[in-house]
Write a new protein. Structure first.
Length: 106
């Protein structure tokens, strides 16, 4: 079984970005507590405050699907559907192994 990684970039209007970010704050802790969630993080782009990056790692596809069926995700998605989302670029990767990055030494 492969580990799933998801990297997403959500682009919003200047008016909607702070509202999305505030709503996202309530999503992170319950998501991290879900079975199969190995990593869940959101960050505002360092050069564009209207872009939010989401990084996720799940133990299985079943865990990811269960995530989308939780009450906190359903409420979040319902709320953000009322905001002005310009674009969503979400990519899913399957990895057979995950390990720390080792920087080259001289």
């Amino acid at each position: 079984m492969s580990t799933l990684a998801i990297i997403a970039c959500i682009s919003l209007t200047e008016e909607s970005a702070p509202l999305y970010i505030e709503a996202a704050r309530g999503l992170v802790a319950p998501t991290r507590a879900e079975p199969g969630c190995e990593l869940y993080a959101m960050a505002i782009d360092a050069t564009d405050p209207t872009k939010v990056w989401v990084s996720e790692q799940w133990a299985s596809l079943a865990a990811l699907h269960a995530h989308f069926d939780t009450t906190h995700v359903k409420k979040f998605l319902e709320y953000v559907s009322t905001l002005d989302i310009v674009d969503v670029d979400a990519r899913q990767y399957a990895a057979s192994s995950v390990s720390p990055v080792v920087l080259p030494t001289e």
